[in-house]
Design a binder for this molecule. Structure first.
Ligand SMILES: [Zn+2]
Length: 261
């Protein structure tokens, strides 16, 4: 297609090109993740200077020609300056963007991922729950939006949903078993498959369930005790590793801050 179109989205990445230009990675509602050229974006008076910054959320006017896009204008921008002024929050924001680079494609429907990132950025600014919790909620929901949600809704063996105090999460298969079935060989041993398993309380299972199904407006609205958070982090962290098969640069920054997965 050729011509001008309007795309609502968020800048996931921005790199300088030549003397005055930038190439940006844009996660959009309408076209999925695209790469776009921002001509003159590094000139001091350019209207695209702020628009092509990392994290900018806006309605971008882009000129499409064959398979390439050039940004020509930007309306109603939200810059998330409160994040970029805080180095730790910036690392988290960059990590979220890199993870979505991995989980999104051009011309696929990424509306949910745009909503998730926007909501997560707001939660980073608000800072009313711990940043590692925001991170794990983001990771699990991004996986779910990507089509890789674990089945934490019932025991994979006896289908029990309620009255279970302890669960076993089979990370490799992305399913849970109630403690009774796990003892009887249900978790991690079906079909001869042995993988890592994590014991978790009903609170952790419910938390995962909630994160996968909640509306965005209430996604980052709960806190966890340190004990529950530790298991939730471990479960999501290990499950994520199975689904991301390349090292992420921004994780090194995060790990340097407060992380030890
Ligand atoms: Zn069971």
């Amino acid at each position: 297609m050729t011509g001008e179109i309007k795309l609502t989205g968020i800048v996931l990445g921005s790199v300088p090109m030549g003397d005055y230009d930038r190439r940006i990675s844009l996660l959009t509602v309408e076209k999925g993740r695209i790469s776009a050229f921002a001509k003159g974006a590094r000139r001091p008076m350019s209207a695209l200077r702020a628009a092509s910054r990392l994290f900018t959320y806006a309605t971008f006017t882009v000129y499409a020609w064959r398979d390439s896009y050039s940004v020509t204008n930007c309306e109603n921008p939200v810059y998330f300056d409160e994040i970029t002024m805080d180095p730790e929050k910036t690392y988290y924001g960059m990590y979220f963007c890199e993870l979505l680079e991995y989980f999104t494609r051009e011309n696929s429907d990424e509306k949910e991922q745009v909503k998730l990132l926007f909501t997560a950025m707001k939660a980073l600014i608000k800072g009313h729950i711990p940043l590692p919790l925001i991170r794990r909620i983001f990771e699990l929901r991004a996986l779910a939006n990507y089509g890789e949600a674990p089945n934490v809704f019932e025991c994979s063996v006896c289908r029990k949903k309620e009255d279970v105090k302890e669960w076993v999460f089979d990370i490799g298969r992305g399913v849970i078993s109630c403690a009774d079935c796990a003892r009887a060989g249900g978790a991690g041993q079906a079909e001869g498959f042995k993988s890592d398993v994590i014991k978790m309380s009903e609170t952790v299972r419910y938390t995962m369930h909630y994160v996968i199904t909640s509306q965005y407006k209430s996604l980052f609205s709960f806190n966890l005790s340190p004990e529950v958070l530790a298991v939730f982090e471990k479960a999501v962290g290990q499950y994520l590793k199975i689904h991301v098969d390349k090292p992420l640069k921004t994780l090194e920054l995060l790990d340097g801050v407060d992380y030890n997965v």
